[in-house]
Write a protein that binds this ligand. Structure first.
Ligand code: GCO
Ligand code: MN
Ligand code: MN
Length: 391
């Protein structure tokens, strides 16, 4: 069957070992699905048409593996990836599961814990590079507090900066072709996590020694938890040339981190996101991985997991088709056509005394301008009609 929504390598769809491998445990109950072997996951990803797999160090190599065990596991995994045509575009470090990280990794008050975190990350970077990763994600899940009195937030920020500067130097010194992508989250598992949003991250990055090699990895669920527009956050990262990676999933506002199948909640926001990433309205297509950092509902068995994975990709491609149709709709184009005013445009683009003089002399009728309807009701109705398939 010729399926227009069948994923292709150009779609750049990736999943984490921890996402399709998620066994469904939550704080109130244990796993409901068997643990899947990483090589099996890779084979299955190949079958369903994904492009890549991403991993934390310990998704593949157990925390206490010996160097010999590590090498054996890695070489088997590489073989499975090659045989399945699966890339490893991103890797990351688990700096949150082991009790040593219970009060943070890079932000811990104990220098021994901070040293351990840096060393573990260097090893995990080596692993990622060995597997071919070009992006390295930092999600500071435990970098936060419940007891605010334990540390000055400025100290926490300085410690993370030192950690990032150290690890950037490590990558440069090793001559690795690797970029860092920082992932924000407002809370969970900590009461409050440092750098709660992508916007906080974007500023922090500019304070790093090698800011050119550091960008962001925004996640739908995390910005939605904070009640923010994900599309605006991603747009700002793209405009700054700092969107290095993206975590796609879905989430109801004001809840815990739900990590639902892409598009499961708020398909309208998902539509606007796909439209932005694919550049169907304006601007270039973003060429990075479309990574699904999500997992199947706890109600599912393994069949349900693969149904979930196919659903993420399929919904993305359906939304892409909708975005193309929407942006080629003449009525849409007419409604959002940019208004050009050859007299005014140059005046407000750049300050000069002459421009100030000309601006002051302009006749601008505030009441008239304020009385013009913009047609956004119609525009949004067109969004809905395209989405619901009646246009
Ligand atoms: C979460 C995060 C993680 C990270 C992953 C990679 O809230 O659990 O989104 O899934 O993305 O650890 O750094
Ligand atoms: Mn994530
Ligand atoms: Mn998440």
């Amino acid at each position: 069957m010729n399926d227009a929504y069948a994923p292709t390598p150009e779609d750049r769809f990736t999943f984490g070992l921890w996402t399709v491998g998620n066994p469904g445990a939550d704080p109130f109950g244990p796993a409901v699905r068997p643990k899947q072997d990483p090589c099996e996951i890779v084979r299955k990803l190949g079958e369903i048409g994904a492009w890549g797999v991403n991993l934390h160090d310990n998704d593949l190599v157990p925390f206490d593996a010996t160097p010999t065990e590590r090498d054996r596991i890695v070489s088997e995994f590489k073989k499975a990836c090659e045989e399945s045509g699966i890339q490893v575009p991103m890797a990351t470090t688990n700096l949150f599961s082991h009790p040593i990280f219970k009060d943070g990794a890079f932000t811990s008050n104990n220098p021994q814990v901070r040293a351990f975190a840096i060393r573990k990350t260097m090893d995990a970077i080596d692993l990622g590079v060995e597997l071919g990763a070009k992006n390295y994600v930092f999600w500071g899940g435990r970098e936060g507090t419940e007891v605010e009195a334990c540390r000055d937030p400025r100290t926490a920020i300085q410690r993370i900066r030192e950690g990032m500067n150290f690890l950037c130097e490590y990558v440069i010194d090793q001559k690795y072709d690797l970029k860092f992508a920082l992932e924000a989250k407002p809370n969970e598992p900590r009461g409050d996590i440092y750098f709660p949003t992508t916007g906080h991250m974007l500023h922090f990055i500019e304070t790093l020694q090698h800011s050119e090699m550091v960008g962001v990895n925004p996640e739908v669920a995390h910005e939605t938890m904070a009640g923010l527009s994900f599309v605006h956050g991603v747009g700002q990262a793209m405009e700054a040339g700092k969107l290095f990676h993206i975590d796609l999933n879905s989430q109801k506002i004001g809840r815990y981190d739900q990590d639902f199948r892409f598009g499961a909640e708020d398909p309208k926001q998902a539509f606007h996101l796909v439209r932005l990433l694919e550049g169907t309205a304006d601007g270039d297509r973003w060429e990075g991985s479309r990574h699904f950092d999500a997992h199947a509902y706890r109600t599912e068995d393994l069949d349900g997991v693969w149904e979930f994975a196919r659903g993420c990709m399929r919904t993305y491609k359906i939304l892409k088709e909708k975005a193309i149709a929407f942006d080629s709709d003449p009525e849409v184009q007419q409604l959002i056509a940019e208004i050009h005013d050859p007299e005014i445009d140059p005046l407000i683009k750049k300050y000069s005394r002459d421009h100030v003089k000309k601006l002051r002399a302009l006749h601008l009728d505030a009441d008239l301008l304020g009385s013009i309807g913009l047609g956004w009701e119609r525009l949004d109705q067109l969004v809905i009609e395209h989405l619901l398939g009646s246009r």
